[in-house]
Design a protein around this ligand. Structure first.
Ligand code: GDP
Ligand code: MN
Length: 379
């Protein structure tokens, strides 16, 4: 689950990170009032769940309350990477002398929280990693012992050798680790953490993703969920009991079981293609789930073919076939569908699908290759 910048900053402040004061507004008038209360220069910032808001025109400086109102009017309702801006954060502007990147991710290779820091802040960290990886310092932390002062210093020295900066950054990193652990975060990021012209260290931006599996014991964070900011397709899937993750490829995948779904995606890539999504329709074989799954996938204009890969254990292949037939009757299916149904009642399923427009396949290799071919070949 993602939270907004202003919510992340509330959690940062609780653990002692320095965050410029600010409040959230949903109208230009509210933004004006907040700016007046703060006094002086402010920044008006779009609250949407994507990075690069600055470049997209969603972060604007304003010299007074009147200008803050005007900037809020520009930003509210704006479209940033497909998301509509419903809220802006109005926050006191700081005089930036230097911008740093600091973050922690849950690193799968070391199975530990891993700090990522860089003196090249304010920019897209993926770009820094790709072009100048030597500017990034990483350090995995053993959660049994927590982060030690020498580790904080090592990281801070990766950013600057100025003792004032090292002290301030170390303190910020310690707080960042506390927030990461206390919130069951999967990712936390401040880009930029800034040094002001007065040599103070402030968190000017904030990003926090929380592990969905921890939300039961994080009621305060769970309550921060902003439904209007979630991906509508992922929400719809969740309501229907499907696990769905949108990806960038052109082969829509409908699979039962998370393991088989991942193996299917691997195989699509092995044969040179790109999956359009991860989708696990679960262990049951409710035909309505198949219809919902198809509906969600067909809405993606990038999808050029759909690959059904079903292993019938508890799931019965004839039920899935019934769902498939229902879906093709109810929906406008404008792309070819490859169906590989194997296991319980596969013979019945095969009979049911005979004479339909579906492309049958027996093995997984055959199914994937056929789907790629129908999608216009491997990329
Ligand atoms: P992002 O583009 O979504 O990452 O949004 P950020 O919160 O990182 O803001 C983008 C950029 O706006 C930052 O990298 C800064 O250069 C600038 N910015 C944000 N807050 C301030 C501020 O208080 N003062 C000044 N001078 N610039 C700011
Ligand atoms: Mn940023």
């Amino acid at each position: 689950m993602k939270v907004h910048e202003y919510q992340a900053k509330e959690l940062f402040v609780e653990r002692g990170l320095a965050v410029p004061e600010g409040k959230v507004a949903t109208t230009p008038e509210e933004a004006e009032a907040i700016a007046r209360e703060i006094g002086g220069m402010v920044v008006v910032k779009a609250q949407v769940h994507v990075g690069g808001r600055g470049k997209a025109g969603g972060v604007k400086l304003a010299k007074d309350a009147a200008e803050a109102k005007a900037k809020a009017k520009d930003i509210l309702g704006m479209d940033i990477k497909g998301l509509t801006v419903e809220k802006v954060l109005v926050t006191r502007a700081v005089d930036i002398a230097d911008e740093y990147y600091v973050g922690i991710i849950m690193d799968r290779a070391t199975k530990q929280p891993m700090f990522i820091v860089s003196a090249a802040g304010g920019m897209d960290i993926e770009q820094v990693a790709a072009e100048t990886p030597e500017k990034i310092l990483t350090l995995a932390i053993d959660p049994r012992y927590g982060v030690k002062p020498y580790q904080l210093r090592k990281l801070a020295f990766g950013i600057s050798t100025d003792p004032v900066v090292v002290k301030g950054v170390s303190k910020a990193l310690a707080a960042l680790y506390e927030v990461f652990m206390a919130c069951d975060a999967s990712l936390i990021e401040i880009n930029p953490l800034v040094k002001t012209t007065d040599n103070e260290i402030w968190a000017v931006d904030g990003k926090l993703n929380v592990d969905d599996n921890a939300l039961d014991r994080q009621p305060k964070i769970a309550a921060m969920r902003d439904m209007s900011a979630e991906d509508p397709a992922e929400m719809e899937a969740k309501e229907a009991g499907l696990s769905f993750v949108k990806l960038d490829g052109n082969v829509g995948c409908i699979v039962n079981g998370a393991g088989l779904a991942m193996a299917t995606m691997d195989l699509v890539q092995y044969f040179g293609g790109m999956p359009a999504n991860f989708l696990d329709i679960g262990g049951s074989s409710n035909p309505d789930k198949v219809v919902t799954a198809m509906q969600i996938i067909l809405r993606d204009p990038q999808v050029k073919a759909i690959l059904f890969n079903i292993f019938g254990g508890i799931t019965r292949c004839d039920d899935v076939a019934a769902g498939l037939i229902k879906a093709t009757e109810q929906l406008d299916v404008h792309v070819p569908i490859v169906a590989r149904l194997t296991g319980t009642n596969e013979e019945i399923a095969r009979e049911m699908l005979e004479g339909t427009k579906l492309h049958p396949a027996v093995t997984m290799d055959e199914a994937v290759q056929k789907a790629l071919e129908l999608a216009g070949g491997a990329k």
